[in-house]
Design a protein around this ligand. Structure first.
Ligand SMILES: [Zn+2]
Length: 107
């Protein structure tokens, strides 16, 4: 049995991330920071917060939303981002926007 695809072939469309989806990763991290008392504050294009990993008096943790809603987290005091995530109870995948995987009709 052959598929009848002379007039229309299978159109593969790449799902475009929507605003609420791109924001979800940032929001998740901000929520975690707030929960840890790190007092995240909007700063220009991103946010600043106190680092949960070292004794931080001055907000040295910077959070920027990168491409595709990815969260770029960095402690300017040099803390390991993995350790920061652990302190926040987050994992690496939490830094990425959640994509809804749609199952297309497959032959
Ligand atoms: Zn730090």
């Amino acid at each position: 049995m052959k598929p009848d695809s002379t007039t229309h072939g299978p159109s593969v469309s790449i799902p475009v991330l929507k605003d609420f989806e791109t924001n979800s990763a940032v929001r998740r991290v901000l929520d975690a920071l707030q929960g840890e008392g790190c007092a995240p504050r909007k700063n220009g294009r991103g946010w600043q917060a106190r680092c949960p990993t070292h004794h931080d008096r001055h907000p040295s943790l910077s959070l920027v939303e990168g491409r595709e809603g990815r969260v770029l987290l960095r402690c300017w005091a040099g803390c390991d981002t993995g350790a920061v995530l652990q302190a926040l109870g987050l994992r690496w995948p939490d830094l990425f926007a959640v994509r809804r995987v749609r199952t297309n009709r497959l032959p």
